[in-house]
Each structure stands twice: as C-alpha cells, then as structure tokens.
Design a protein around this ligand. Structure first.
Ligand code: SF4
Ligand code: MG
Length: 334
C-alpha cells in the first residue's frame, strides 16, 4: 500500500551573510494512511524545519531545500506551482503550532476565522459555512458553539483556543495533519484533553498525523511510530513499543533515560545526556553524536554511519549496528 506522504533524502540549508546552517541532512521517512508518526528530538534538531518543508513553508529568503524529494499522494511537492501549493496547504495538509495565537487573528471573530478557511477550499453558501463552523466547534468540544462563534480569541482560554485551531485545521478534512508541539504551551490536564481530542478526531476522519514533540509521554500516548532526530538527521526510526523497550541508538537510549515520562512509573533516576548538541555550522565528518556518546569508537569520528534495518520498520544509524563496521575496524587496525 502507498504512503500518503513520503520524504526521501531531504536536505535543507539556511543561509545568512556568510554562514550556512545545514538544518536537515538526509531525512527520509514515509507516512502511512491513518497512522501517527511522532518526531522527537531536542530543540534545534530539525524537527520543525522538516515539518515546514513538507508544506513548503520555509522562509524563501534564507532557507533552501538543496536536495531530496517530497511526495504527497504520488505528486512531486517540490515542483508544485503556487496555486497547487495553496491547495495543498489547508485542504490536503494542515498544521497546528504550539502557540494558538500565532494561527488566530486576534481581531476577528472565531466563527469567521473558521468560515474563511472553509471558503478558501470549499464552495458553500454563507449559511452553510456558518452551520459547518458551528459543527466544527462542537466537534472539538466547545460548549454553546452557536453563541461562541461570535467570540474573539482573547475571550477563550489557551486550551479552548488550541481547540479552535484544531477545528480550523480539520475543517477541510485534510488527509495529513502536522502538529508541531501542539500541547507544549498548555497545562498538563488540558494537554491530556487536547491529545484525547486529536486521537478521537483521527479515528473519525482517518487523518494521518505527524506529531512533533519533545515529550516521550505524548509519543507513547499518541503515536504508532517514532523518528528520533539529532542535529538534522533521523538517527533511529521504528515502532513506538520497540523503540521504547529496545532502543538501539545511544542517543535514543539517552533520551529515554533523561526525560520524565507520564506513561511509565520508573524507579531509576533521570540521567541527563552529558554535553550539548554540536554547533551545526561546524559539523565535521563522522557521527554527530560522537562528542556525547558513551560508546564512541575511533571510526565514529571519521565516517558517518549508514542507516541499517533492524527489522521491517526499524532503522538505526550507528556504527554499533552498521554492517560495514567489521570491515572498517580491520582497515583501521592494519
Ligand atoms: Fe555513538 Fe559511534 Fe553510534 Fe555515533 S556511531 S552513536 S558515536 S557508537
Ligand atoms: Mg520546533
């Protein structure tokens, strides 16, 4: 069966004066219909840049996709015309960000904002659009929706605003929803409600979700698969239960030991990963995790590990698993 969205060897660079930051380096993954794929990693690991690339929403002056392919529903997204892109955004793929106020217009009534999204992609009369807006608000659990459509964003709480953003994002029944830290700004109880809501809506609509988060509890609750990013690369990708119980990449192991998790009551203390991610403007050859890795070997400093399959859905990029390792060791020792 065909994935709805696939990314192959994506490279993204940011240019400013005489600096080049390679923010995404060789990212590949495929999103299946109806699944939730989580992308985790520290800030600056390239999660959001990857997500924005999918909708061609990178800042045109500074960012450039230098290599790779993005396919949506078997079409080549990188060759889309502005008109095709406009249709893609909102109608086919839509996005929810961390701060709902960045997506809402503070001076416009909630109902009108939903109706505007609908009007861009669907032919509806005014009263049909209004009915649909009310339905959407009901669907995301906003009480007294018929009256609340005339409220302004500031009259809603943070959690309610994020519900509205989700209503707008789902109004045109997109096939893919990209949620970038959708609950990070909310308190824990509201977070759980929003995640429940997203899961429920996904069940009804069959939408595929890419969920960007740094919270492994959220991953455990929401996703079937998880991709772990480090300095612009996916270092490990696989089914959530497999990655959580048998992580193979030293960085994934470090993440699991360093983060508090709501899903697991754990007795071991949290162990932070020593050091910090390298300056991406100065990446040298070799594995970018080498300076922080407790398992580092000589080969790691000189050559990048290749992605190796550990099972049909589980891939890792680390010399500990790389099939070329034995050969490399021999040539290093002789
Ligand atoms: Fe550690 Fe080497 Fe694996 Fe990189 S390739 S994660 S340095 S063991
Ligand atoms: Mg981000």
């Amino acid at each position: 069966y065909e994935p709805i969205l696939s990314v192959d060897n994506l490279h993204v660079s940011f240019h400013s004066q005489n600096r080049v930051v390679k923010a995404v380096r060789g990212v590949s993954f495929a999103l299946q219909k109806g699944e939730t794929l989580a992308i985790v990693g520290e800030s600056g690991s390239g999660k959001s840049v990857t997500a924005k690339s999918l909708m061609r929403m990178l800042p045109a002056q500074t960012a450039k996709i230098t290599e790779g392919a993005i396919r949506y529903d078997n079409q080549d997204v990188l060759s889309f015309s502005p008109r095709e892109l406009q249709k893609l955004r909102g109608k086919e793929i839509s996005m929810v960000f961390q701060d709902p106020m960045t997506s809402l217009n503070p001076t416009m009534k909630i109902g009108r904002q939903i109706m505007e999204g609908l009007a861009k992609h669907e032919k509806l009369t005014k009263s049909e659009a209004k009915q649909k807006a009310i339905q959407m608000l009901e669907m995301v659990g906003i009480p007294q929706a018929a009256e609340r459509i005339d409220a302004y964003p500031h009259q809603f709480s943070g959690g309610m605003r994020q519900r509205v953003v989700i209503a707008i994002a789902l109004a045109c029944r997109p096939k893919v929803l990209i949620a970038d830290e959708p609950t990070t700004a909310l308190d824990v109880t509201i977070q759980a409600q929003i995640l429940d809501l997203m899961r429920g809506l996904q069940k009804q609509t069959g939408t595929s979700i890419i969920l960007i988060t740094h919270d492994l509890g959220v991953v455990a609750n929401m996703a079937q698969r998880v991709a772990v990013m480090y300095t612009g690369e996916i270092v490990e990708i696989g089914p959530v239960h497999e990655i959580f119980t048998r992580p193979q990449h030293p960085y994934t192991k470090g993440l699991l030991q360093s983060m508090p998790r709501l899903d697991a009551d754990r007795s071991e203390p949290l162990v932070p990963i020593p050091g910090s991610p390298p300056d991406v403007t100065r990446l040298m050859g070799g594995c970018s995790f080498a300076p922080r890795c407790p398992y580092v070997m000589r080969v790691c400093h000189h050559f990048s590990p290749q992605s190796t399959s550990l099972g049909p859905e589980h891939q890792v990029s680390c010399w500990l698993q790389d099939r070329r390792a034995e050969e490399m060791r021999r040539s290093f020792c002789s």
